[in-house]
Design a binder for this molecule. Structure first.
Ligand SMILES: Cc1cc2nc3c(=O)[nH]c(=O)nc-3n(C[C@H](O)[C@H](O)[C@H](O)COP(=O)(O)OP(=O)(O)OC[C@H]3O[C@@H](n4cnc5c(N)ncnc54)[C@H](O)[C@@H]3O)c2cc1C
Length: 510
């Protein structure tokens, strides 16, 4: 039974906060008028510097930081920007972007050239993006077989051997899942190991289940969101070869060599196989100038000139070298002199969007009574929910339209993510918590004290992955074409490939 907006507590005054790429676009304090009383509204895309302040999108100066890159992208920025003003500063290195790659590049430069002055410019307010890392490889202890997938909600705990018996799915689908988990046959008899890997590389995991294993549609539907919390898209976009590489059910009978990853596996799957986390600890003491979106980088006769927007005007600093450690797709807007071929290659680095919500419960006991910690949903808006004691619930949704593949699906999902009103997120959060915790006595009207939503339009760097990227693993890839020194400028972000930060420093100090 669906609850009404009033039953769900949409009209209850609580703390509501809405962030886009780490920047606040809307906040309503607990004492304010109920949010539901206001007309539904989406996070409006901010425009040029002189037209940035709308009542909703911009609260304080932080909104400027988000809107400048968008105004640059849309060709509106320079109409309003005025004449750049030199600060008179000169640095050995200026880094654009204070993410993991930018800080790594700054640290590597200082190690090699300790006497150089280094400046890092970032468009976020102080403290950076405040991202919570995704926790890879942490198992779910329950699956909500939801009404969106199976017509009614059934929470199934994954402990013990008999959990498949409890799934509310077709009997044939249960049989197929038992086979996939417990005793999968060799689905590709007569093929060599290499030919099997090649066949898997040509399929998504959903296609593997349907076309190779002949699994019942309910079995594929049950598995579909397995990849979503870690990769940002579901198994209609996640490759079968990477599903094999990360231990998904169905592959054991193929007799593939499990002592090494396949050459077709994506870079992250290969790295994790060898136990190497891709994350590199970033130095904490890098000299970062926050709220300073870079708007132009030009190489000159003696130095490069870097322009950034300080909230009022464009200021410039001179640099002996510049490392661009922002998302690759932003680079063509910052460096207008780049050759067309490189601009095209950089624009092909499409990041995957993510949506997270943090809910503060005023009644956390209901979740404790549920007896599980981490729940995967099979088809509802939020695909994962996790209890973080003492009183938080974290939810994750994946806006990528997986049926279109990771690149086209991310672009389409990002547009949707931006347009969706906060009220939709709040409603879906309340609805799913009511469905999950209602049987444990939870009242969504009185049980929630705060909801904070983080819309990450450009979250997970693109990953070359079969079956979508035919050039993988032999190349050449768009990242190969995008990389490389351009005068005093080099490109270093994660989108440019593994180790790009150190490579960029090497290129510029050679
Ligand atoms: C919620 C969330 C969870 C994630 N969890 C994981 C995880 O568990 N594991 C994992 O491997 N990856 C994870 N990622 C992705 C991870 O953040 C990236 O892999 C990693 O941060 C990439 O580092 P980077 O330095 O290349 O890019 P980023 O971290 O994106 O840093 C780029 C920086 O450039 C800045 N910038 C952009 N344009 C400009 C400009 N014009 N001027 C100045 N600065 C600019 C941005 O503000 C940003 O700070 C997650 C991402 C999000 C959003």
């Amino acid at each position: 039974m669906s609850l009404t907006p009033r039953d769900l507590g949409m009209d209850v005054p609580i703390s509501r906060r809405d962030f886009f790429d780490g920047i606040a676009v809307g906040c309503v304090a607990a004492t304010a008028a109920p949010y539901a009383a206001a007309p539904a509204r989406a996070a409006q895309e901010p425009s040029g510097p002189s037209a940035l302040r709308t009542p909703f999108t911009v609260l304080g100066d932080t909104g400027e930081a988000l809107s400048v890159p968008h105004a640059l992208r849309d060709g509106r920025f320079w109409e309003h920007a005025g004449t750049p003003v030199p600060t008179g500063e000169h640095y050995g290195l200026v880094v654009v972007g204070a993410g993991r790659s930018g800080l790594e590049a700054a640290a590597e430069w200082s190690r090699r050239r300790p006497r150089d002055r280094v400046l890092v410019l970032d468009n976020h307010p102080e403290g950076g993006a405040g991202r919570e890392p995704l926790r890879r490889g942490v198992a779910f202890d329950a699956v909500m077989c939801d009404r969106e997938s199976f017509g009614a909600d059934t929470l199934v705990t994954l402990s013990g051997p008999g959990w498949i018996d409890w799934l509310p799915i077709d009997g044939q689908a249960r049989k197929d899942l038992r086979t996939l988990y417990d005793d999968p046959p060799d689905w590709l008899p007569g093929l060599s190991r290499e030919a099997k890997e090649e066949r898997l590389a040509g399929l998504t995991y959903s296609a593997f289940l349907r076309e190779v294993c002949g699994a019942h549609p309910d079995a594929e539907r049950f598995c579909r969101t397995m990849s979503a919390p870690e990769w940002g898209y579901d198994t209609r976009a996640f490759g079968a070869i990477d599903a094999w590489g990360t231990g998904y059910p169905g592959f054991d009978g193929l007799g593939l060599d499990r002592s090494r990853p396949s050459r077709y596996n994506s870079a992250t799957v290969r790295a994790e196989w060898h136990g190497a986390a891709r994350e590199t600890p970033a130095p904490q003491d890098a000299p970062v100038r926050w709220s300073s979106p870079v708007v132009s980088v030009r190489d000159g006769a003696r130095t490069a000139t870097v322009g950034y927007f300080d909230g009022h005007r464009v200021r410039t600093v001179e640099a002996g070298a510049v490392i661009l450690a922002c998302p690759s797709a932003a680079v063509p807007y910052l460096v207008p002199d780049l050759p067309e071929e490189r601009r095209r290659a950089l624009s092909r680095a499409v990041r995957v969007p993510l949506l997270r919500a943090e809910v503060r419960l005023s009644d956390p006991e209901a979740w404790r009574r549920l007896g599980v910690r981490r729940v995967r949903w099979t088809g509802a808006y939020w695909c994962a929910a996790e209890f973080a004691p003492p009183d938080r619930v974290r939810l994750l949704a994946t806006p990528c339209r997986s049926e279109l593949g990771p690149d086209a699906g991310s672009a389409a999902g990002r547009r949707e993510l931006f347009r969706t009103p906060y009220e939709v997120f709040e409603h879906t959060v309340r609805d799913q918590l009511a469905r999950l915790l209602g049987p444990a006595g939870f009242d969504p009207g009185r049980g929630i004290a705060a909801i904070t939503v983080h819309r990450w339009g450009h979250a997970i760097p693109p990953e070359y992955r079969r079956p979508w990227h035919e050039f993988h693993p032999d190349g050449p890839s768009p990242a190969d074409a995008a990389r490389g020194r351009f005068g005093r400028i080099a490109i270093a972000g994660s989108d440019a490939g593994d180790g790009a930060a150190v490579l960029a420093v090497e290129e510029l100090t050679r």
